[in-house]
Design a binder for this molecule. Sequence first.
Ligand SMILES: Nc1ncnc2c1ncn2[C@@H]1O[C@H](COP(=O)(O)OP(=O)(O)OP(=O)(O)O)[C@@H](O)[C@H]1O
Ligand SMILES: [Mg+2]
Length: 90
Amino acid sequence: MNLLGQRAPEVQERFKGDHPIVVEGLKTQFGTHVVHEDLSLTVNRGEIIGVVGGSGTGKSVLMRAIIGLQAAAAGSIDLLGRNISKDFRD
Ligand SMILES: Nc1ncnc2c1ncn2[C@@H]1O[C@H](COP(=O)(O)OP(=O)(O)OP(=O)(O)O)[C@@H](O)[C@H]1O
Ligand SMILES: [Mg+2]
């Protein structure tokens, strides 16, 4: 089954990119508590990565930022070719 073929044409176009997730200079914080500072990460197409770190180090906050549930205080997040961090600031 070709899952890609079931998606809207504009979404298919984004999936063709070489880097579905590109994070640059990300900063996240809650009040004065800075969780991420200048975090950059590129996930290549077809790549599967794991995020390892102690409890409370920011793994879940990073995932929430990447899927658009957590605002970035600085930096950019591109998901499937769309700058989602900009959406929070507009
Ligand atoms: N909604 C929130 N409001 C305030 N602080 C938060 C919030 N969500 C997370 N934090 C804080 O951000 C930091 C990172 O939390 P996060 O949940 O990302 O850790 P984690 O690496 O996923 O930990 P675990 O391994 O326990 O799941 C922690 O200090 C946490 O207390
Ligand atoms: Mg977690």
